[in-house]
Design a protein. Structure first.
Length: 287
């Protein structure tokens, strides 16, 4: 799927798609509650009230850069608490290369945060060692996010994740730690969006009068736009996550800004009473 925002082109590469329950991530999102939000169907939910979600990477082409935003699960990883996330063997890189994005053509990687499903393809296994997947890229990590997981990687998933998908980037001198509001390029600025993780950031894209927001995991699913208080079970600070959703969605609602989530496809945010709803935008379109 592909979208154009001014002179920036965004291409989505899906690694894993799921349709089903949400008890592990959004326990409040019962099938009854989802069916009550009729605007979710068919783009973001099934008629039965099952959520549609994906794990994906986004490639940004600006006039001067090729940037991968979030890198999914990766191949050959171990120590993940979700069994199907271990020992994966997929043609993800081959698919990117066939679309015109071989790993050595990427000059920057930006991670909205350092959770297991957003950093996996930072590295690949070569000769028993984890090496940077994108050898010519600088890897942008939020400074506070990196410091948090460096000092507190106690959860099983994140201990393994930091060791195989983050630390090797630092060891290879490919990491660049930045402020949560850093200006990345003429078109891209980071927005601090903490709550899901301590140093979570979103990306604000502006080009030729058009705008896009890559929101990361501020919301795992558009149903959280209607129910701001539905926090993920893996949010580090639920109260802060709710406040961040309110602030971010208020800022971009009814502005025509193209919004792409860390686990859902593109759309526009609209005010709906005291909350919001999300209107899908087809791929291969312009903001």
């Amino acid at each position: 799927m592909r979208w154009t925002v001014g002179r920036v082109r965004i291409t989505k590469f899906t690694e894993l798609e799921t349709v089903g329950g949400s008890r592990f991530i959004l326990p409040q999102a019962t099938s009854e509650a989802i069916r009550a939000l009729s605007w979710l169907t068919p783009d973001f939910a099934t008629p039965e009230g099952k959520l549609k979600m994906s794990i994906h990477a986004l490639v940004l082409e600006t006039p001067t850069r090729r940037i991968v935003v979030d890198t999914g699960l990766g191949n050959d990883k171990q120590g993940r608490s979700v069994p199907v996330w271990n020992g994966r063997s997929t043609p993800f890189l081959e698919t990117m290369s066939a679309a015109g994005f071989p790993p050595d053509s990427i000059d920057m990687v930006i991670c909205t945060h350092l959770h297991v499903d957003h950093v996996g393809w930072n590295t690949r296994l070569v000769g028993g060692r984890w090496v940077p997947t994108f050898p010519n890229a600088r890897y942008i990590f939020g400074s506070s996010e990196y410091q948090h997981w460096r000092d507190r990687s106690a959860a099983a998933d994140e201990t393994a994740t930091f060791a195989d998908s983050v630390q090797p980037i630092v060891d290879a001198n490919k990491a660049e730690l930045v402020a949560s509001d850093a200006v990345i390029s003429n078109e891209i600025t980071l927005i601090p969006t903490p709550g899901h993780s301590p140093g979570h950031v979103s990306l604000h894209i502006r080009s030729d009068g058009a705008e896009a927001l890559l929101s990361g995991d501020v919301a795992h699913h558009p149903c959280q736009m209607a129910h701001l208080d539905w926090s993920s079970t893996v949010d580090s600070d639920a109260a802060q996550a709710i406040a961040t959703r309110q602030t971010l969605f208020s800022r971009f609602a009814d502005t025509g800004t193209l919004v792409i989530g860390g686990h859902f496809d593109a759309g526009h945010i609209h005010r709906d009473g005291a909350a919001f709803r999300f209107q899908a935008v087809p791929g291969s379109g312009s903001a």
